[in-house]
Design a binder for this molecule. Structure first.
Ligand code: SF4
Length: 350
């Protein structure tokens, strides 16, 4: 197999990146437009080769949070804080420097392959373009790599298929092509934004299986954006719950989804039609499904203190102040003044 020659990842490894540090470490990241915060992440780590689920309602800020890691937020937005990839600070890099990270160190798979793929270009050429941007492979090497990638994403008759246009493929096949583009340069992290939600149920399962297998085979971390808590529990070791562009709770998936501490996480689980709420959560709420009242406010419309305060049935007077980060014994954290299941009394950090 031909080798990639411009892997910044290899450079980082040669520079002695600490194997114990997370692949991605986000600290105090904000994205604002006219002073209104769209993203406000205190801390978020993505472990090497791990799968992190980013969940929340529509409008919670999942996609913009993920894309802001690569400085892909709206052009008029201001980004501050720190995003470190293998210890290397990404905030403040020039567009040229970031273009070497995007696609090479970090791949992206978007929700709708129909709009993401160019309808006028054969799919093999679209994969080839992704390789060419980040490697010095010869044309022949790239052709071999395109066929290899199409095989890796389990498409049939790859020699013929690479010459087809997107409209000549099924929805599942188009998403496999998107995944081939996302992994074309062996990224360390794949951002998968609702990668199966536009597909039939049986195809969804195949795509999710494929993403998990590719991640494990290539030690590639995945940031998996979804509103489907059941899917996230099934495939992600860790989950981060987002509300109003802020991570309100994170930790091992089973611990967070079985014993949520933040009141928004608790409400999100109880409102989930996939019935993933544990007996404890359902029992506490008194019924199997419990819609969350109201809607996520627009940026700039959040109440002071906890952003969930206007929709929370457990709000206290103290919730008008910013809640501190609290750690859980299960290697998680949350920000809530009046958490669910408070018998464990986690340690306060700040
Ligand atoms: S901090 Fe207060 S308002 Fe926010 S989720 Fe917790 S209890 Fe509800």
């Amino acid at each position: 197999m031909a080798t990639m020659s411009t892997r910044a990842v290899d450079e980082a490894a040669e520079a002695g990146a600490d194997a114990g540090e997370p692949l991605i470490a986000v600290r105090d990241l904000t994205v604002s437009i006219d002073g209104n915060e769209l993203v406000a992440i205190d801390e978020l780590d993505i472990p090497r080769g791990g799968r992190l689920g980013l969940v929340g309602e529509s409008g919670a800020g999942k996609t913009i949070t993920a894309l802001s890691l690569l400085d892909l937020q709206p052009r008029q937005a201001q980004r501050t804080g720190s995003v470190r990839l293998e210890g290397r600070e990404l905030v403040g890099l020039t567009d040229r420097e970031l273009s070497r990270v995007r696609g090479a160190d970090v791949g992206v798979v978007l929700q709708d392959p129909t709009s993401a793929l160019n309808p006028l270009t054969r799919v093999g050429r679209q994969i080839d373009e992704a390789i060419r941007m980040h490697s010095s492979m010869t044309r022949r090497q790239r052709k071999e790599r395109v066929l290899e990638l199409l095989s890796q994403v389990q498409l049939p008759d790859v020699k013929q298929l690479r010459r087809r246009f997107p409209h000549q493929l099924s929805g599942g096949q188009r998403q496999r092509v998107m995944i081939a583009i996302g992994i074309a340069c062996n990224p360390k992290l794949l951002i998968a934004d609702e990668p199966s939600s536009s597909l039939d149920v049986n195809v969804q399962a195949e795509i999710l299986d494929l993403l998990v297998r590719l991640g494990e085979e290539h030690n590639m971390a995945t940031l998996f954006i979804s509103h489907n808590l059941g899917v996230v529990r099934m495939i992600c070791e860790r989950v981060a719950v987002l509300y109003g562009g802020k991570v309100v709770e994170q930790g091992p998936s089973d611990a967070v989804l079985d014993h949520p501490r933040h009141r928004y996480t608790e409400a999100l689980i109880a409102a989930n039609p996939d019935q993933i709420a544990s007996d404890a959560v359902q029992g506490a709420l008194g019924q199997p499904l419990w819609p969350i009242p109201g809607e996520t406010p627009s940026p700039g419309q959040f109440p002071s203190g906890c952003r969930f305060r206007n929709r929370c049935a457990h709000a206290l007077a103290s919730c008008a102040e910013d809640p501190p980060i609290k750690r859980t014994p299960a290697d998680g954290s949350f920000i809530c003044w009046n958490p669910a299941d408070d018998g464990e009394r986690p340690d306060a950090r700040g």
